[in-house]
Design a protein around this ligand. Structure first.
Ligand SMILES: Cc1cc2nc3c(=O)[nH]c(=O)nc-3n(C[C@H](O)[C@H](O)[C@H](O)COP(=O)(O)OP(=O)(O)OC[C@H]3O[C@@H](n4cnc5c(N)ncnc54)[C@H](O)[C@@H]3O)c2cc1C
Length: 501
């Protein structure tokens, strides 16, 4: 155990905590035993890069021990016939990519915008999502193993019968299945998980279009039908407002350090050839399916938007003469190739550029890590019923509230399926200025109230705002409270993580 300074992107707090790096389950149990005997608590993380949600900073200020599981095993077993990957908390997106590449296994990493340092298990346990076909990362989980706060072991149902191979093939097993109580909770230390990986497609078709505010409702409705029809043959479809697109391209807020005026946005829109909204998605599947989906999207979006482009990964990489046809320059081409790599499951640091919109750090000095670069970021990530009237209220309200707090609304709407839109907005602020931190926190609380009013709510919460949600519940009546009291009577494991104890 040694002391290390722990920080987070949510504010400027920095504290020395005791860090332990167990390398096997016996060492995890030792820490659990120590905490039970000494009546103290610990906070387990896999990589601890939960940027914008709390990083590795414990959810309870009193917790002095951080259990960093990054030295636990990475890949444990890969069944390349089935695409079933069994792994430990040591597996990051970058390590998985290297493993697959070194063995010439043609499978995709379930990538997120957090880049190569993002952890596969940690992200799934937070119910994170990405953009490859299985974008909901919990959906790909088949089974897991965890150590409970009393030191005993949990395994998925078939494994308890000695059928641990069958467990990996079949998600639910037989009888009650408790695997999913370990997600966004504090009931155990997960040390092994099996997920299904998707094969890397030879070819994908990326599509983009530009849409003005006046057409956005109709565009959403038409994409809803398309997504409902073609499901997993389509990636999550992203709709990004101008401000979000600008954030990916440049540090356009260095002057403002906050809300950018409409006048300036109009000028930047022209300069970067952007519309109010940019739509981006990808078509997967065999050639005949790709063709059918492309034709249907074209038909469905007839009369909507401009700059409709369908770019096949084959064409763009092999044939640069497409440049002219697509009206793109070589900088755009680089980004398109980067986009294809991500869509084909190659982790990339490119999406991390957005955290630098307020900063003047030169590219060559960026660490692509908000903690190392001292950047304040809080993710507001509500899920919204796919109803145009609610989405309208959401977008209008977001602009109004962000402007009031003098912060920039960089909106992404991701069509996850025909029923739900997941929105993500990074709240970027100067975390060394107390007044800016307070302002960002007040904004987040205001957004929580606002989302409740319109019938939406975050699917995931930064640690410091989890109490806002818990205070709305009758905590002692919840099943989570009953399970926690039974499994962890000394309250040693991650107190306050999505919990009032
Ligand atoms: C620019 C940017 C883009 C981002 N894009 C995305 C995105 O596209 N999708 C997305 O989902 N997130 C995204 N994030 C948020 C976040 O950085 C990622 O979700 C990241 O993967 C989480 O950190 P981690 O993988 O290191 O998990 P960890 O920090 O290790 O784990 C997250 C939490 O899960 C719990 N936990 C972890 N491991 C265990 C375990 N073994 N046992 C018990 N509990 C455990 C802990 O409470 C921990 O705090 C983004 C962040 C930034 C700054």
């Amino acid at each position: 155990m040694h002391k290390l300074k722990i920080t987070r992107c949510l504010d400027n707090l920095s504290e020395n905590k005791n860090i332990v790096y167990p390398q096997n389950t016996d060492e995890i149990k030792e820490v659990i035993n120590y905490c039970n005997v000494n009546k103290c608590s610990f906070y387990p993380v896999s990589s601890g890069n939960n940027w914008g949600y709390g990083s590795s900073f414990p959810s309870d200020d009193e917790t002095q021990i951080v259990m960093n599981l990054s030295k636990m095993p990475a890949v444990i077993k890969f069944d390349e016939e089935e695409g079933l990957l069994t792994f430990g908390p040591g597996l990051t997106q970058g390590k998985l990519y290297d493993f697959l590449k070194a063995n010439n296994f043609k499978f995709m990493v379930p990538v997120t915008g957090a880049g190569p340092e993002g952890n596969i298990m940690g992200n799934a346990l937070e119910r994170g999502f990405g953009i490859t076909p299985i974008h909901d990362h919990v959906a790909s989980v088949r089974c897991l193993k965890a150590i409970l706060p009393n030191g005993s072991t949990y395994e998925s149902p078939f494994a308890q019968l000695g059928l641990s191979h069958l467990d990996k093939h079949h998600k639910w097993g037989v009888g009650a299945n408790f695997d999913f109580i370990f997600f966004q909770s504090n009931f155990g230390v997960v040390y092994e998980m099996t997920i299904k990986l998707e094969r890397t497609p030879d070819t994908i078709v990326m599509f983009t279009l530009s849409v003005s505010n006046k057409d956005i409702d109709e565009c959403l409705l038409r994409l809803k039908t398309i997504k409902e029809t073609y499901k997993e043959f389509l990636s999550g479809i992203n709709l990004m407002n101008t401000r979000r697109m600008l954030a990916m391209k440049s540090n356009y807020l260095v002057e403002e350090q906050g809300y950018c005026s409409e006048d300036k946005i109009i000028k930047l829109k022209e300069k970067h050839r952007l519309e109010d909204w940019t739509v981006m998605g990808a078509i997967y599947g065999p050639k005949s399916i790709r063709f059918a989906v492309k034709q249907d999207i074209k038909k469905a979006l007839k009369g909507i938007g401009s700059k409709k482009r369908f770019i096949s990964s084959n064409n763009i990489i092999v044939n640069k003469s497409w440049l002219g046809k697509l009206f793109i320059d070589s900088e755009d081409l680089k980004k398109i190739n980067e986009g294809f790599s991500i869509l084909k499951g190659k982790p990339s640091r490119y999406p991390l550029n957005l955290i630098y919109s307020l900063s003047d750090i030169a590219d060559e000095h960026k660490n692509y890590n908000p903690l190392k670069d001292n950047i304040g970021i809080i993710w507001f990530a509500p899920v919204i019923p796919f109803k145009v009237d609610i989405l309208n209220k959401y977008i209008t309200g977001i602009y109004k509230i962000f402007k009031r707090f003098n912060l920039e609304p960089m909106i992404t709407l991701t069509i996850q399926n025909e029923n739900i839109i997941a929105s993500t907005i990074p709240i970027l602020f100067e975390k060394t200025e107390k007044k800016d931190v307070d302002n960002a926190h007040d904004l987040y609380k205001c957004l929580l109230d606002f989302s409740l009013e319109i019938g939406a709510y975050p699917y995931r919460l930064p640690t410091i705002f989890q109490k806002e949600y818990l205070n709305k519940l009758n905590w002692e009546d919840t099943i989570a409270f009953k399970i926690k009291s039974k499994l962890d009577p000394n309250n040693i494991l991650a107190p306050n993580r999505y919990s009032k104890s």
